[in-house]
Design a protein around this ligand. Structure first.
Ligand code: 3PG
Length: 400
């Protein structure tokens, strides 16, 4: 983006592909981290006299307008952060978008409606995506890719549009790639990785890679139960991906061969019911040993012994990468595991990277100071796929 700014963008319509896919409760944004992360790019462009057209997806609407996934709350928040009026187009490439963009003066900012209200954005068909990218290209003279959270998606606005316009990478993408490169190329040891979140299937690629890189892997969240099952324990009605048990077993075996330490929960908080995340009514969980989960109960957070164990396993790290919450942190009765990991990272002198939409949101929602971490990534799937060594379409498109 610095080269682009040096060339001059005054009077130019600059399309900023951001990732404003923020968590919402109704129309209330519960974590605006992704909006704040792209704010400097937008500010620099606006200050240089560009007419800034910000675009993003939000959630997974089905290729048609759906008010539950409107970007209007994100546009309003962006306006508050920028302390300026931000125009909002109620469609993406239609009459409203054309009028709003045409009405921009130099230095002004607009947000267009959710890109995924158009089937062409996510289509697997190159021609359909291309046709949508052609329409988007009419709204701009220059493209800036800065939606790091979406660079692993081969979508029209991420992959096809940059090929149609002069393009540059924004500051957020540059920072994110710089940090992740460090983890893949010149990591300081011990390198400890904490993995959580619901599904082990989302993490297989990264575990495969980490078996070659990491010194220690701590597992929590819903995915831990597939590991416990692989170790021969019954997991009651906990989240379980039975079909992944053989793969997980294979990973545990490979880890042993390579001297990578896998650490699994030794105790968990269980309940017969999933907690009510709306009312947050007390859930009254019980603590049981990880090898003694009752048949009619599900594990919803790591237990107190595991919290201590994980903190001790993080204490001597030189580098930590953490992706995925340890439990259902949205409910106060199941937030302690995620809090304990966050606290261990805060207390650690290591270079700490929090990767992932959910874990990044968790540390902020749970009240941690984001400056206490080395880096909080805006990318969930994107940071995992980067670490796996995959080619990310949205980065490849910006490289030439
Ligand atoms: C994310 O939240 O990881 C990104 O915004 C990408 O969203 P997606 O998984 O719906 O493509």
């Amino acid at each position: 983006i610095d080269e682009l700014l040096a060339e001059g963008v005054a009077g130019k319509r600059v399309f900023v592909r951001a990732d404003l896919n923020v968590p919402l409760e109704g129309t209330t944004i519960t974590d605006d981290g992704r909006i704040r992360a792209v704010q400097p790019t937008i500010e620099k462009l606006a200050a240089a006299g560009a007419r800034v057209v910000v675009a993003s997806h939000l959630g997974r609407p089905k290729g048609a307008p759906d008010p539950a996934f409107s970007l209007a709350p994100a546009a309003a928040r962006l306006g508050e952060l920028l302390k300026t009026d931000v125009a909002f187009a109620t469609d993406t490439v239609g009459e409203s978008a054309r009028a709003v963009v045409a009405g921009l003066a130099d230095g002004e900012v607009a947000v267009i409606e959710n890109l995924r209200f158009n089937a062409g954005e996510t289509s697997k068909d190159d021609a359909e995506r291309g046709a949508f990218a052609d329409q988007l290209a009419q709204l701009a003279d220059v493209y800036v890719g800065d939606g790091f959270g979406a660079v692993h998606r081969k979508h029209a606005s991420v992959f096809d549009l940059p090929a149609r316009l002069p393009h540059a990478a924004g500051g957020l993408i540059a920072t994110e790639v710089g940090v992740l490169k460090k983890l893949t190329e010149e990591v300081e040891r011990p390198y400890v990785v904490v993995l959580g979140g619901a599904k082990v299937s989302d993490k297989l690629g990264v575990i495969d890679h980490l078996l070659e890189k990491a010194d220690r892997i701590l597992v929590g969240g819903g995915m831990a139960y597939t590991f416990l099952k692989a170790q021969g324990h019954e997991v009651g009605i906990s989240l379980l991906q039975e079909d992944q048990v053989p793969t997980v077993l294979e990973y545990l075996k490979r880890a042993k061969e390579k001297g990578v330490e896998f650490v699994l929960p030794v105790d968990v908080l269980v309940s017969a019911e999933f907690p009510d995340l709306k009312t947050k009514a007390p859930a009254n969980p019980t603590t049981v040993a990880a090898d003694a989960i009752p048949a009619d109960q599900e594990g919803l957070d790591i237990g107190p012994e595991t919290r201590k164990l994980y903190a001790s396993k993080l204490a001597d790290a030189a580098t930590v990468f953490w992706n995925g919450p340890m439990g259902v942190f949205e409910h106060p009765d199941y937030a302690e595991g995620t809090k304990a990991v966050a606290q261990a990272l805060v207390d650690s002198p290591a270079f700490t990277v929090v990767g992932g939409g959910d874990s990044a949101a968790a540390v902020r929602i749970l009240g941690f100071d984001e400056n206490a971490f080395g880096h909080i990534s805006t990318g969930g799937g994107a940071s995992l796929e980067y670490l796996e060594g995959k080619t990310l379409p949205g980065l490849a498109a910006l490289e030439d």
